[in-house]
Design a protein around this ligand. Structure first.
Ligand code: BGC
Length: 330
């Protein structure tokens, strides 16, 4: 996390949205400083998670942030989505309603909120933020960022440049989609101990390692705050480190993509940071450290419940027989 310096107008801002299988998070982001400029709002992902329902939630969050931070209509919005994002359209939806596949997200969202909209894969978004402001900063060579939540998302970087839309969570291992065993949700769903789940994650990382030979792997997502419970147990041969930005990475990365998107026809996508917050002093604080008590959907901090809404089972939860590598391997 960047240092907690007094809030200053350091550059451009954009609204970042991180759509996950269980929650939608949003904040105003200073994309040059790589930090939130508002509270982090969170609402549950609607069920069923159809595009119309999810985008209606996103539109409400955008409206709320724009109002409370006094943003003009040109402030762009970046949305990280859990699927392959190409040309403004989502091409896959492993953890969202299947009606997202081929849905024209950018077109629809632009109509709804009447501001510039960009979309990106959620893991690519989080990886961009982590590479620019977190533990991946200045890391050369091939770096593989992974975010472990409801699914397992990946972002591959070569000398800091993103190779978009890699889907390492969708690899097949032991006849199953790999993320069904190695995502953070898989541990709780299967009632696995950290040790048993780590064996499955290790097997997945090892397969990726053998295909990609990266210089570094970075593990992000809510689970990264428990890195001490699994990183030391990994045997994969490249270095593996926990991400630094945690819950904010997806929001910050999505905002960066929005701010840096080439303007479609209109002028610049980003606006200068307002000199002072228009309506509330709270928006001037980074949400990682400061809760916004008056806002019922504001997220208090990284250390609250997991961003993915995944309850934490006890460390010593029983090992399940549902294909943990350790079990399956006998
Ligand atoms: C999706 C990825 C996404 C990941 C994390 C996977 O199920 O296929 O696109 O990045 O979940 O949300």
């Amino acid at each position: 996390m960047p240092e907690d310096t007094p809030v200053m107008a350091s550059g451009r801002i954009a609204i970042g949205i991180d759509v996950g299988g269980s929650g939608i998070k949003a904040a105003v982001v200073d994309v040059e400083a790589g930090r939130l400029r508002s509270v982090r709002l969170r609402v549950a992902t609607p069920s069923p998670s159809t595009p119309e329902a999810v985008l209606a939630s996103v539109a409400r969050l955008v409206k709320r942030l724009a109002r409370s931070s006094g943003l003009g209509d040109a402030t762009p919005v970046g949305i990280g989505l859990p699927g392959v994002a190409l040309g403004g359209i989502l091409k896959t939806a492993a953890n969202l309603d299947p009606s997202w596949v081929d849905f024209p997200v950018v077109e629809r969202m632009t109509q709804m909120i009447k501001r510039p909209v960009s979309i990106i894969n959620d893991a690519d978004a989080a990886g961009i933020a982590e590479m620019r402001f977190g533990v991946g900063k200045d890391q050369p060579g091939v770096v593989i960022f992974m975010t472990l939540g409801t699914g397992l998302g990946s972002g591959v970087f070569v000398d800091g440049k993103l190779v978009p839309n890699t889907e390492f969570g969708q690899m097949e291992i032991r006849g199953r989609v790999a993320e069904k065993r190695s995502a953070a949700a898989a541990r709780t769903r299967r009632g696995l101990s950290w040790k048993a789940w780590t064996a499955d994650l290790d097997e997945h990382l090892d397969r990726i390692q053998q295909l990609m030979w990266p210089n570094l792997m970075i593990i992000g997502g809510g689970v990264s705050k428990n890195a001490d419970k699994f990183v030391p147990r990994l045997t994969v041969r490249c270095p593996v480190v926990a991400a630094q930005l945690r819950n904010d990475a997806g929001i910050i990365g999505a905002a960066i993509v929005a701010a840096e998107a080439p303007p479609p026809s209109a002028p610049a996508h980003a606006e200068p940071v307002p000199a002072a917050p228009a309506t509330s002093g709270a928006v001037a604080e980074p949400s990682d450290e400061v809760a916004e008590p008056s806002d019922e959907v504001a997220e208090p901090s990284d250390d609250a419940a997991s961003s993915d809404g995944i309850p934490d089972p006890p460390d010593d939860a029983a090992t399940s027989g549902e294909g943990a590598a350790s079990d399956a391997a006998g």
